[in-house]
Design a protein around this ligand. Structure first.
Ligand SMILES: [Zn+2]
Length: 121
């Protein structure tokens, strides 16, 4: 039986007893129980996000300055954004005098593209 069902049952008994103080305390208890249930729901969602991030981290391969996904070979992704905020931000790459680089549109940092990842012309 869920906590709100239990409280509703006790509240119905209190109403039958016409004890206003008890009814008032039960309404307070019901409100506190709803707050705990909401907080519990939010914590479960947060835990689920952490689990997903952990799983995603196991798919990432750090190569020079950037990350690539091992499962679908996509990337490069910004290493700073992932390391600091667990955000997987794709880096548009372009050729420069000192090699290929990806620029993060989120944090504006650069990452060198590894030699074997440079697109063939
Ligand atoms: Zn970034």
């Amino acid at each position: 039986m869920a906590i709100k069902d239990t409280i509703d049952g006790i509240k119905n008994l209190a109403v039958g007893m016409e004890n206003l103080e008890l009814i008032s305390k039960l309404i307070d208890l019901q409100s506190q129980a709803y707050e705990i249930l909401d907080e519990n729901r939010e914590l479960r969602l947060e835990l689920e996000r952490f689990k997903r991030q952990d799983e995603l981290a196991s798919y990432l391969s750090y190569e020079e300055d950037v990350y690539y996904r091992k499962d679908d070979n996509s990337g490069p992704y910004c290493s700073r954004c992932w390391d600091v905020g667990n955000m997987l931000v794709r880096l548009p790459i372009s050729e420069h005098v000192d090699g290929w680089k990806g620029l993060c549109k989120e944090c504006k940092s650069w990452g060198h593209v590894p030699e074997h990842r440079i697109p063939k012309k």
